[in-house]
Design a binder for this molecule. Sequence first.
Ligand SMILES: Nc1nc2c(ncn2[C@@H]2O[C@H](COP(=O)(O)OP(=O)(O)OP(=O)(O)O)[C@@H](O)[C@H]2O)c(=O)[nH]1
Ligand SMILES: [Mg+2]
Length: 459
Amino acid sequence: MRYLKDDDIAALSTALGMSAIAVIRLSGKNSFNIINKIFHPRSKNRKKQVQHGHIVHNNRIQDDVLCTFFKAPDTYTGENLVEISVHGNPLIIKSVLNLLYLNGARAAEPGEFTYRAFLNGKMDLLEAEAVCSLIRSQNNIATSLAINNLTKKFSNKIKHILKVVINLLTFIEANLDHPEDDLELLSKNQKENKIDCCIKSIKDLLNSYNTNIHLQHSYKVIFIGKPNSGKSSIFNAILGKDRSIVTDIAGTTTDTIDASLEYKGYLLTFIDTAGLNNSVKNFIEHLGQQKTIETLNKANLIIWVCDISLQFDANDENILKIIKLYKKQNVPVIALLNKSDLKPILSSNKIYSIYPKLVNVFTISAKTGLHVSKLLDSVMDIISNINFDLNNSVMVNERQHILLQSVLQSLCSIKKIINCDEIVCFHLMNIKEKLNEILGIKIQQDILENIFNKFCIGK
Ligand SMILES: Nc1nc2c(ncn2[C@@H]2O[C@H](COP(=O)(O)OP(=O)(O)OP(=O)(O)O)[C@@H](O)[C@H]2O)c(=O)[nH]1
Ligand SMILES: [Mg+2]
């Protein structure tokens, strides 16, 4: 990896493939000189920011392009930057890039443009990481959260906590260094209030992580129910293909099977699971059921499939207990009374009488297709109403989560020794360092490179 700061870098910033146009970026202090060696503008006015002209090599025109010149320091990278809009043919892209390399630029490493933006103070590390999340977001909520980070909402929250910590540290250190001076002392209560306020903010951010982690890629919709209730049949009906095996043998599905579907702009991942049965017979079934339970931890929505033609039995009872547990954690649940083409024994009234809190109960038939399409709309209704304060929530990634957890631990330790100023100071210094690391201040080079390494090339 070569994340140098003083040379000139170039890369394709749009996706490689056939397209109307493709944008190549060139950044560095010599970038204007480099492009001018191969770019022949049509107009004599070289002061224009956007110039139309040709890329020429050995007197041959390689492409008809638009060059946009951005003069440092008001650019994405903080350096002189040129965006060359070429025709979107991979051969042309390759030839223009090669000419840039021949004339003094080198191929940019992943995320290197954003890395330079960070080094040149154009953005802090949280904003830089948000750029990566924004590009990768696969649903509307994830996109909104990434934009919140990009517009400093996360950075401001961290900076606010940092301010409280520094303020507290200054007070306590001053008192430790100059006990003889008549400095104003903070009472135990005042110190505790400040620490509590930080703990609350950190806990809110950690909660965001738990929600975000599920949402970053797709919404997980998980089918559960006793064996033979028709989970796989409904799963297949929704997907419109036979993804899971369906038979009348209880315990047909022994593993979790997932398939994704894009619907109304949301990416949904449906997961079929092994039926939950209190009296499992063999080891494979047992493993399958364990996997079902583990999968539930990822659920954004649970679909409980019951067989309308059978009595509510001990297996359903057990599943209901599990559902109550997840409902408590605010995971929404839809109960489906399947096999409505058969003589009904179980009714929605029965389900409501057992568990009145279930609001989404409806009948369906995987066999006839009754209400299968309605199910998708109900899924969407629920998912688009997942309770998000989109204005105030932020996206927390794994790196930030680990650091936040460590900050929380130190804050909790302080509460236990609040009167012991030396140890409080020690913890506060540690917290300050971790908060700075979240923002990317005084962060080690290898950690930094590791972060940007995950970006795509050209960003
Ligand atoms: N009559 C009728 N039969 C259905 C319906 N849905 C599923 N079945 C049948 O019920 C049986 C079990 O269906 P599956 O979809 O395999 O059930 P499952 O819940 O995935 O079962 P396991 O994988 O064993 O947990 C099959 O014979 C299906 O054809 C329905 O709506 N009506
Ligand atoms: Mg099945």
